[in-house]
Design a protein around this ligand. Structure first.
Ligand code: PFF
Ligand code: NA
Length: 446
């Protein structure tokens, strides 16, 4: 048997996981979710969801992956619970599913980079998205290009592909966003944006808690890349001397920080241009729909003097592209690692072949944004919470003490915190995720 790869360094794993977490979810979804669900009161619910469900569940996936040292489906067999392998299978399927439309959005990002670099987007800021970028054969082709890049990186493997790429990508995202946030701050009129972004609207949250709470929880989990077998897979390439709690915390804090930072770019930009924020905040929705950030940011930039609009726009969407690719590779890796581990298939052709199938699955989304909306809804409201619920059940009630042992490996701490974690998984986390699943089912089917 060929020896299984591992991360070359601990920082390599952390950066890859941050790369997976930081993505279209942060730069696109998060600011609008926040803005339309009650500003910083939503932020508060989101942060609570990260703490109460997100981090414990992330650690749960880490425990499963590292203990089993194998892909997310086989992991359950290896841990002696083959009857749970279906959980890994749903997760892997969710990855596959999510990547199909995530990549279509990635294609739009490519289109906007070109649109800004060439300047053509500035001739029709309001209509470029719907009339030019969103659908049609070009959208299909750019979705294909995005998948090609994704598969290319995954084909190179863990150390020489994913680890090497994310080592450069993650710091670039942070630097670029910081620069853009400072720039947005200097624009006249941006002040109202901060006020809007940061003034808590508790009334909205309280009145609409049945939708706001699942939205915040869904955003928190999606954002952390929990619930799609991805973090199980990434942790399976870890060695025993990493501290899972420390790494998990680093990853979660970095992800929330970048989300917040992205808000400090997008919201002030829009306010400086006098654009008000309304409508629904899902990845694709109502009027502006999937185009919200594309149309909004473009309109916000159009009046800048000289080349500024082209440069700032290309940099902004360049940043979004880097974030999107460092996430898409993790979604593909979750599927590739299963085929490579279990059927001893060669990595590069497997990545290419799977990339091709994901491409085909995404074609409907590239032809009609209504399909994309539907794929996104199934992904975030169905696949994700169901898998998280099952993983929490598995780790809390099935692995139990074994999970505590695994969590402690590589840490110098005692059993107290791991026991608190275990009991919270068994009770609070389980209850919270049950409520979210319940509310989502109610929304989706009733
Ligand atoms: N966390 C990514 C984002 O916020 O854009 C999206 C994502 C990547 C979700 C990987 C799930 C996943 F497994
Ligand atoms: Na994220």
């Amino acid at each position: 048997m060929v020896e299984r790869e591992t991360w070359a360094t601990r920082a390599g794993f952390i950066l890859a996981a941050i790369g997976s977490a930081v993505g279209l979810g942060n730069i696109w979804r998060f600011p609008f979710q926040t803005a339309t669900n009650g500003g910083s009161a939503f932020l508060l619910v989101y942060l609570v969801a990260v703490l109460v469900i997100g981090i414990p569940a992330l650690l749960g996936e880490f425990v499963v992956g590292r203990r089993a040292n194998i892909n997310a489906i086989e992991a359950f067999n290896k841990l002696g619970r083959p009857q749970w392998a279906f959980v890994g299978a749903i997760g892997v399927l969710g990855s596959f599913w999510t990547l199909s439309y995530y990549s279509v959005v990635g294609g739009w990002v490519l289109r906007f980079i070109y649109g800004f670099a060439s300047g053509v987007v500035l001739d029709q800021p309001q209509t470029y998205f719907t009339d030019v970028a969103a659908t049609g054969l070009d959208a299909v082709a750019l979705h294909g290009l995005f998948m090609l890049v994704t598969a290319g990186i995954v084909a190179l493997g863990i150390e020489d592909g994913i680890e090497l790429a994310t080592k450069f990508m993650v710091p670039s995202i942070v630097v670029l966003l910081l620069g853009l946030a400072v720039y947005a701050f200097t624009l006249p009129g941006s002040g109202a944006g901060y006020e809007f972004y940061l003034s808590p609207d508790f009334a909205t949250v309280v009145e609409n808690w049945t939708t706001v709470v699942p939205a915040a929880a869904g955003q928190a989990l999606f954002s952390l890349s929990v619930g799609f077998a991805v973090m199980i897979t990434y942790a399976s390439y870890l060695s025993k001397d990493d501290s899972l709690p420390a790494d998990g915390l680093t990853i979660a804090v970095s992800n929330s920080f970048v989300g917040f930072l992205a808000g400090l770019v997008v919201i002030p930009l829009l306010f400086a241009a006098g654009i008000t924020i309304g409508g629904e905040g899902s990845l694709v929705s109502g009027s502006g729909g999937a185009g919200a950030v594309f149309i909004g940011v473009t309109t916000a930039l159009v009046d800048l003097p000289g080349l500024a609009a082209r440069v700032v726009g290309a940099l902004f969407f360049g940043t979004v592209l880097i974030a999107a690719i460092s996430s898409s590779i993790s979604l593909l890796e979750a599927v590739v690692s299963y085929l490579v581990d279990n059927y001893a298939l060669p990595r590069a052709p497997t990545a290419a072949g799977l990339g091709g199938v994901v491409f085909l699955l995404g074609v409907p989304s590239a032809l009609d944004t209504a399909w994309l909306t539907w794929f996104d809804g199934i992904s975030v409201s169905l696949f994700l919470p169901v898998v998280v619920l099952l993983v929490v059940l598995f780790v809390g009630w099935e692995l139990g003490g074994e999970a505590v042992d695994e969590l402690r490996q590589g840490t110098s701490g005692g059993t107290l915190l791991p026991m608190v974690w275990l009991w919270s998984l068994r009770t609070v986390v389980l209850l919270a995720i049950l409520v979210v699943v319940g509310l989502n089912f109610y929304d989706l089917f009733l």
